[in-house]
Write a protein of this length. Structure first.
Length: 152
């Protein structure tokens, strides 16, 4: 069989163990940004609501830590898509913060708290992902799975 006769092999964009982390980052960034932009000036009626952003951020960070540690335990090289998507919450928080500072987005003090929490947790998760991928893992980071190609 020649190389022309070989069927094309589909190369996945991300490894299966990275998908929960990618989905959590995209859903978290999207939901928080939607909350901040859809109802500017929102003020909660209960004082207990001020604790919700911190607990949600803690749960998000826990999910991301578990996903990163599970993917670190794999034997093959990891994809870079998870590390790239990890910056999405930080970017969304920075854009929202700039719009708020320019006066285009009137946020309440509660929403500024949510925005600051999103920025700190997103940045922490991004640094954690990069640190685990490059320092703890000590394996290569690749865009596609590593394969040994033999020519005959």
């Amino acid at each position: 069989m020649t190389s022309v006769d070989r069927p094309a092999k589909r190369i996945p964009k991300a490894h299966p163990e990275e998908w929960p982390s990618i989905i959590a980052a995209l859903v978290g960034a999207g939901a928080t940004t939607l909350f901040l932009w859809s109802d500017p000036g929102f003020r909660p009626s209960a004082d207990l609501a001020w604790a919700i952003p911190g607990w949600v951020a803690l749960a998000y960070l826990f999910i991301q830590i578990v996903c990163v540690l599970v993917s670190t335990n794999q034997l093959r090289a990891l994809g870079i898509l998870d590390a790239v998507v990890a910056i999405v919450p930080v970017t969304a928080a920075i854009v929202t913060g700039v719009e708020w500072m320019l006066g285009r987005l009137p946020l309440s003090s509660y929403q500024v708290n949510v925005l600051a929490t999103m920025l700190v947790v997103g940045f922490g998760e991004f640094l954690l992902t990069i640190w685990v991928r490059l320092a703890l893992n000590r394996r290569s980071v690749s865009v596609e799975p590593s394969e040994v190609i033999t020519r005959g």
